[in-house]
Design a protein around this ligand. Structure first.
Ligand SMILES: [Zn+2]
Length: 275
């Protein structure tokens, strides 16, 4: 995995933080789910989020909307004193960066202390992003809503007594605390189920809004695939069936997903499944 550090400023309190941009990585043991979630045993799903939370003021914000400087730009400025206007004004505001970057905390959102309370902790933040008008484009709203959809599904995604994927895939933690994680995870099974039920209204509202978004361009095969799953998870089985029938028979995309969906529709099952 290639990571590129960036130093960015919280737009609310100006606190500096370090963000690691994932530039490239190779795929291993990929697992795909019917709600579009893709899991890779060597990749932490939180490594490449488009938004973060400030450790100082707890506000959530998009990386694309923050003032920042990349490590490459910083090095160029240090060695040649050259940089674009944005880099120059950023460094004028944060002159300490030119001397040391070690004192800036590495961004590890979602923060370590919430590792065992995910996905409920993360779900609350996603809902906050929707409530505080942070999603000023349809693209951003769709991004957050898909994450919300998949994280609510995480509460019922895995079989009983299996650990969350984000913990399972974190090798360092796994080797050190495997047993206690498992014990903790077993203890929270009931909590997860109760949480899933308590989020029912949020889940249905979110899926309904996602349907509206994807219906705007329902001839697109990717949108159609999403709509089939959304309708099925909303128990609108007839709509899912009709949408599935509208897929041209010579279509080879998502073949496995479509054939498995047929089986789940026959059983009138709204459960998320592994493709
Ligand atoms: Zn802040």
């Amino acid at each position: 995995m290639t990571l590129n550090p960036e130093y960015c400023e919280c737009p609310f309190c100006n606190t500096l933080t370090t963000h690691l941009n994932v530039m490239s990585y190779s795929l291993h043991n990929v697992e795909s789910w019917s709600d579009g979630k893709v899991m890779d045993s060597n990749f932490n799903e939180y490594s490449n989020l488009l938004f973060t939370k400030c450790r100082n003021c707890n506000e959530l914000f998009w990386y694309s909307e923050t003032k920042k400087i990349s490590d490459i730009e910083l090095t160029r400025f240090r060695t040649t004193a050259e940089g674009n206007n944005a880099a120059q004004s950023f460094l004028a505001k944060h002159p300490d960066l030119l001397n040391a970057t070690e004192n800036i905390p590495v961004n590890s959102y979602p923060f370590d202390e919430h590792w065992f309370t995910m996905p409920d902790y993360f779900i609350r933040d996603l809902q906050k992003m929707l409530d505080n008008n942070s999603c000023n484009t349809l693209e951003k709203e769709t991004y957050i809503r898909i994450k919300l959809w998949q994280h609510i599904n995480d509460l019922v995604r895995f079989r009983k007594n299996t650990i969350f994927q984000h913990i399972k895939h974190s090798d360092g933690i796994k080797s050190l605390f495997n047993f206690s994680i498992l014990k903790k995870e077993r203890a929270t099974q009931k909590h997860k189920k109760a949480l899933y039920l308590s989020l029912s209204e949020m889940r249905i509202n979110n899926l309904t809004r996602l349907c509206q978004i994807f219906e705007q361009n329902s001839s697109d095969i990717d949108n159609k695939r999403m709509l089939i799953e959304l309708y099925r998870e909303l128990k609108q089985f007839d709509k899912a069936q009709n949408c599935l029938k509208s897929i041209p028979s010579d279509n080879t995309f998502y073949l496995l997903f479509f054939s498995k969906t047929k089986l789940y529709l026959m059983q009138k099952s709204a459960r998320v499944f592994k493709v």
